[in-house]
Design a protein. Structure first.
Length: 371
């Protein structure tokens, strides 16, 4: 059964997500701001959840229309093929968002969508009452400039929850963003990667998963595992294949942090991710960082909010710039919301990319190796 699906991503990672979708065989891939639409069958749906490294979720698109009145919502939902995915006894809660749209009340939209869905399913199953005691089938809607989407969530927990990061610091970077940074920085199967302010180790771990071609969701649960329209045999097959995904790799990484507790957390996270053999951690201030070989520096330095005050954060960035200047064989990718990183580094970036860390706008500064 061919389906139209949608995977949201952090702004700035659409191109990376399109490439990942093409690699698993998705068709008719089109990107909009912060989301990518594509087509595929059940196998593509499963592979998207199991292997996409920068997607936030995977949805099935049930309906789409321009909606400026509640009747538009009601009609669109009433015409959606909900019975393909939701059984008579299944629960179908509704949540969503509205931005820059005439239908601005989210609770009112939820109510209309719920009524229309109940009418459609009640008519199909020939019952005036739906118990909603079965599997939870989360319906989600989006209204953006009057563009209405009705979606079925197949992921459950967000895809950035890989399962390896049980502990984290005060200012963690999202796993999906870390994977995107690794891609944009040019991490490959034979890369050597450094992070002198590694925190919980996320940048290095995501770089390692990407370098080794691992399926990032192979060991976590998904909502789709309970959906009746997906073959249990197919789900088991794809899960097993995902666990076997890898490619030959000589990847190695080195992380350090001034906080011994964070180093221990990072070490445990890498172990849970199955990467303890290729990522090594040490306790060290950034001013003592140096690299004895060519490689890539990835870093999410503090910027004076949850960690350090603003002046201390700038001082750390200056130390990072000094360390990088003494390791001329390193290229670097540094993400920060600060606009003065180049001043702290005393050097202009070769490229800049606008990205978002959650809802916070940031810049990814890319520096080429000088040596």
């Amino acid at each position: 059964m061919e389906m139209t699906m949608m995977a949201p991503c952090l702004f700035g990672l659409e191109r990376t997500l399109k490439f990942e979708l093409g690699r698993i065989g998705a068709k008719e891939i089109t990107a909009e701001d912060g989301r990518v639409f594509f087509k595929g069958d059940e196998r593509i749906l499963l592979q998207a959840n199991l292997s996409l490294a920068v997607a936030e979720r995977v949805f099935i698109l049930l309906a789409r229309c321009k909606a400026t009145e509640f009747q538009d919502l009601f009609d669109a939902v009433s015409a959606a093929p909900l019975e393909r995915y939701i059984r008579k006894e299944d629960a179908f809660p509704v949540k969503g968002s509205s931005l820059s749209s005439k239908l601005s009340s989210v609770p009112a939209c939820q109510s209309v969508i719920k009524k229309a869905a109940a009418k459609r399913l009640g008519a199909y199953y020939h019952t005036p009452w739906l118990p909603e005691t079965g599997v939870r089938c989360q319906l989600q809607f989006s209204l953006l400039r009057d563009d209405f989407l009705l979606l079925l969530d197949t992921s459950g927990d967000p895809l950035y929850k890989r399962g390896y990061r049980l502990d984290m610091g005060l200012a963690p970077i999202r796993e999906t963003l870390a994977s995107g940074i690794a891609d944009l920085s040019g991490v490959r199967a034979d890369s050597v990667v450094f992070d002198p302010m590694c925190g919980s180790g996320t940048l290095l771990i995501e770089a390692g998963l990407r370098a080794k071609g691992r399926a990032v969701g192979a060991y976590r649960p998904f909502a789709f595992e309970n959906y009746f329209f997906l073959s249990r045999t197919l789900v088991k097959e794809e899960r097993a294949l995902a666990k076997e995904m890898h490619r030959p790799s000589s990847f190695s990484a080195f992380g350090s942090d001034i906080d011994p507790k964070m180093v221990e957390i990072a070490r445990k996270n890498a172990q849970r991710a199955g990467l303890s053999d290729c990522i090594k951690f040490s306790v060290k201030p950034v001013k003592e960082f140096s690299a004895d070989r060519a490689g890539i520096l990835l870093c999410n330095p503090p910027y004076g909010e949850r960690l350090l005050d603003l002046e201390a954060a700038r001082n750390v960035c200056t130390q990072l710039g000094d360390a990088l200047s003494h390791s001329k064989q390193l290229s670097a990718a540094v993400i920060t919301p600060a606009s003065d990183l180049e001043d702290s580094f005393g050097r202009k970036a070769d490229k800049k990319r606008k990205l978002y860390n959650g809802m916070k706008p940031c810049t990814l500064y890319l520096f080429k190796a000088e040596g």
